[in-house]
Design a binder for this molecule. Structure first.
Ligand code: ATP
Ligand code: MG
Length: 364
């Protein structure tokens, strides 16, 4: 990572954050933040985007803004090192989205595979809100208003990043070099690209209710793990089992490290040995689940403890967000100045404009 990189990413306040967020993006953000090898880091709570499919439920969005902020701090995001802000408080983002709308066709938006799946999930087929349909455009504005170079996200965001890159190329080719093409930063661990839900469905997602939340109490985490989907053909301990598509193993792929074996399951050296035993037969689901539970508890316990501390001073969290919004707004406003200049809609801060017009009219 180079010092001139600007990192930006965010989450929708549609619920508390879960271990899919942690694996897909949050853990990477904290690592990036702690290396310090970047120019700026922006993390935002996408409340305006959450309203595109929760328009009738503003209270839900409002409540979850603070939940997401607490999850951020609990995971180790540090407002001294990164700017944490709320999307709706930056009106420049709406303005930029409005200009971007001219650069994208309806058919291009219809081809976005993530939006297609999300429309189906929400039963929006016959009545898609325009705001929801167009959210990839608004997301492109969120990224480019901060001139972000690097966007650490899960795999479901790939089509959004591609769309943002197209918009930037089109903007720059029409109006002149102004905006920066962002690069996606995917998790390097395949299991983290799109962590499945505890029900085995393809994606853990707040909207599907198949999540282990970062703030779940220990006994709930254990209960959720115990009832998880494994290999449906692994009926007896002696039976050979499958590890592909077996969610318990996918979570181990995402979260377990070799040292966890020494602490909790010393008869194995590493995950490959555990998998080999499961595939041969003779290893029961319960043993694997108990191990996963130990790994998850070790991962989540410090996050839960820190969250409890932050919950004791809620006004401080709002103050942190307010300051973050202020700083983010300055950056976005500076980009919008450049955007308006490039688009020739800067009528009152262009010293040459009036002189040019005088010249033009004096000729006529
Ligand atoms: P919603 O259902 O409201 O869309 P969500 O659970 O999909 O919520 P988002 O706020 O849309 O969460 O996603 C925030 C970030 O977390 C994105 O970078 C996304 O790629 C990542 N992410 C979300 N779910 C997963 C997952 N299951 N595995 C990996 N990354 C994920
Ligand atoms: Mg999502």
């Amino acid at each position: 990572m180079k010092k001139e990189n600007i990192i930006l990413t965010g989450d929708r306040p549609t619920g508390k954050l879960h271990i899919g967020h942690y694996a897909g993006s949050l853990r990477r953000r904290v690592e990036l933040q702690d290396t310090g090898d970047y120019k700026d880091m922006f993390i935002f709570i996408a409340d305006a985007q959450a309203l595109t499919d929760n328009m009738e439920n503003p209270e839900k969005v409002r409540q979850n803004v603070i939940e997401v902020a607490l999850d951020y701090l609990a995971c180790g995001l540090d407002p001294m090192k990164s700017t944490i802000f709320i999307q709706s408080q930056i009106p420049e983002l709406c303005e930029l989205s409005f200009y971007f709308m001219n650069l994208v066709t309806v058919s291009r938006l219809q081809r976005n595979p993530t939006v297609k799946t999300e429309i189906q999930m929400r039963n929006f087929e016959t009545s898609i809100p325009v705001g929801f349909f167009a959210y990839p455009i608004s997301q492109a504005a969120d990224i480019t208003a901060f001139k972000a170079t690097t966007v650490p996200v899960g795999e479901d965001q790939e089509p959004m990043l591609e769309q943002a890159r197209e918009i930037v190329r089109r903007f720059n080719s029409i109006y002149g070099e102004t905006l920066v093409e962002p690069e996606i930063l995917l998790p390097d661990n395949a299991a983290c690209l799109r962590l499945p839900g505890t029900d085995g469905k393809s994606k853990m997602s707040k909207s599907l209710g198949n999540c282990i939340y970062l703030s779940d109490p220990a006994d709930q985490v254990q209960k959720k793990i115990r009832s998880m989907f494994t290999d449906p053909d692994h009926l007896h301990v002696q039976d050979p089992g499958k590890v592909e598509g077996n969610t318990v193993f996918t979570y181990l792929d995402a979260f377990c490290r070799n040292e966890h074996f020494g602490h909790y399951l010393p008869e194995y050296q590493n995950l490959d040995e555990l998998k080999a035993h499961y595939m041969r037969g003779g290893l029961g689901d319960m043993k694997v689940k108990n191990f996963l539970n130990s790994v998850m508890q070790e991962t989540l316990e410090p996050i839960r403890m820190r969250r409890k501390e932050y919950e004791k001073d809620i006004p401080a969290i709002y103050e942190m967000l307010r300051k973050g919004c202020e700083k983010a707004r300055e950056t976005a406003a500076a980009t919008l100045d450049e955007v308006r200049r490039s688009m020739k809609i800067n009528y009152f801060n262009d010293a040459e404009l009036i002189a040019e017009q005088i010249e033009r009219f004096s000729k006529e």
